[in-house]
Design a protein around this ligand. Structure first.
Ligand SMILES: Cc1ncc(COP(=O)(O)O)c(C=O)c1O
Length: 393
């Protein structure tokens, strides 16, 4: 007998970090098997359905046989134009739909493929820590070397560009940023992006900005900026915009990349060789989302605001140190003294039947926090607060 196939896995698969949530998953299964009433605040997946006008457009478009054939690689020009119009309306950014916008099968797809276009084996990729894991994994899959950029609470979870050693900056090919941020929920002011563009020009580094939570802001008077609104940003930057969170469309897999035409084009060339685009009926629905009435998005923000106030207000009143967000549907809660992130998450699960995510799952600098989402109704969040308040920590 030969050895099991798993031992023949490629090095890139074998070198993936261990699955940090295994212990939490085990505790979750155990609690469920005992019939526990679990409150799952672990996943960042909107619980509210996609707005009906978007669903109706998919239904209509799915019956149109024009859409049953292979889609174009770059995405329908109408969707690229709708993406460009969204950037102009939202940020005053003008984009050429033909050269500066590329449709993606969800932004995860684009984020993971981007390094295949611009990272050679051994190239340095600067990745925030903690962060959405796909930046680092995509870079490693392309053979890149990941250099972590610590995000610290005392700096508003913004990376300290001045602290990047000049030899690391000089060797860097790509820097990833993500604001509004997962998992910290921090937002970046426009001045940060202006500094970043200047830094990227100085060291000749590509800026890849993940703007998946752009429209999930909780203060209507202060919508977060896009890096592309910095003058000259399109010389150095590509941005990833997702419809997943804005329109509660996580299952639909639709997003776009935009910005520098060479960066957008390079990613497009990779994609031409590995996928065949998004079902056109889904693209039609995405057009309906981007060009239709945006009242549904404002209403969703109101829902998240109410939930944030119940969860964060309740936990703070119970004595927890909570990082109250102004964007996204995440909140970090500092671990009580004497607990690691994983221990605190374990106690929340076994004693309060609340699923959280230890922030170390997003990188070593997540230690000291668990992440809770508010993708659950207000009554469940209020119940979660009651349960946590009763814990003796
Ligand atoms: C920071 C961040 N970027 C990107 C994504 C991927 O979004 P999608 O692939 O649904 O566009 C997520 C999903 O949770 C995320 O948290």
């Amino acid at each position: 007998m030969t050895s099991p196939m798993s031992s023949r896995a490629a090095e890139r698969l074998r070198s993936l970090p261990p699955y940090l949530f295994a212990r939490i998953d085990e505790l979750k299964r155990e609690a469920l098997s005992k019939g526990a009433d679990l409150i799952d605040l672990g996943i960042g997946d909107p619980d509210v359905p996609t707005p009906p006008h978007i669903v109706a457009e998919l239904q209509r478009a799915a019956t149109d046989a024009h859409h049953h054939r292979y889609p174009s690689y770059q995405g329908m020009i109408e969707l690229r134009a709708a993406g460009a119009a969204h950037y102009e309306r939202r940020w005053g950014v003008k984009l050429d739909p033909a050269r500066e916008v590329l449709v993606l099968i969800g932004s995860k797809e684009g984020i993971s493929h981007f390094p295949f276009a611009f990272v050679d084996p051994g190239d340095v990729v600067l990745v925030p820590d903690p962060a959405y894991p796909v930046y680092a994994i995509g870079a490693r899959f392309a053979g890149g070397r990941v250099a972590p950029l610590p995000l610290r609470r005392e700096r508003g979870f913004l990376p300290d560009l001045a602290a990047i050693p000049s030899d690391v900056a000089a060797a860097a090919k790509v820097i990833w940023v993500n604001y509004p941020n997962n998992p910290t929920a921090a937002t970046a002011p426009l001045s940060f992006y202006a500094d970043l563009v200047a830094w990227a020009r100085e060291y000749d580094v590509i800026v890849a900005s993940d703007n998946a939570y752009a429209d999930i802001y909780l203060d209507e008077s202060d919508p977060p900026p896009s890096i592309l609104s910095v003058p000259g940003a399109t010389d150095v930057a590509i941005e990833f915009y997702s419809l997943s969170k804005t329109y509660n469309m996580t299952g639909w897999r639709t997003a776009f990349a935009c910005g520098n035409p060479d960066l957008v084009g390079g990613l497009g060339r990779v994609k031409t060789n590995v996928d065949s685009g998004v079902f056109e009926a889904v693209q039609r629905a995405a057009i309906a989302a981007l060009t239709g009435d945006q009242a549904c998005v404002a209403e969703m923000r109101r829902v998240y605001r109410e939930r944030r106030d119940v969860l964060c207000g309740g936990l703070a009143a119970a004595g927890f140190d909570v990082v109250t967000p102004t964007a996204t549907f995440y909140t970090l809660v500092a671990t009580p003294p004497g607990h690691s992130s994983i221990e605190f998450a374990g106690r929340l699960l076994s004693e309060a039947h609340i699923v959280s995510t230890p922030a170390t799952g997003f990188g070593a600098h997540g230690e000291g926090f668990v992440r809770l989402t508010f993708c659950a109704p207000v009554e469940r969040l209020a119940e979660a607060v009651r349960r946590v308040a009763k814990l003796s920590l």
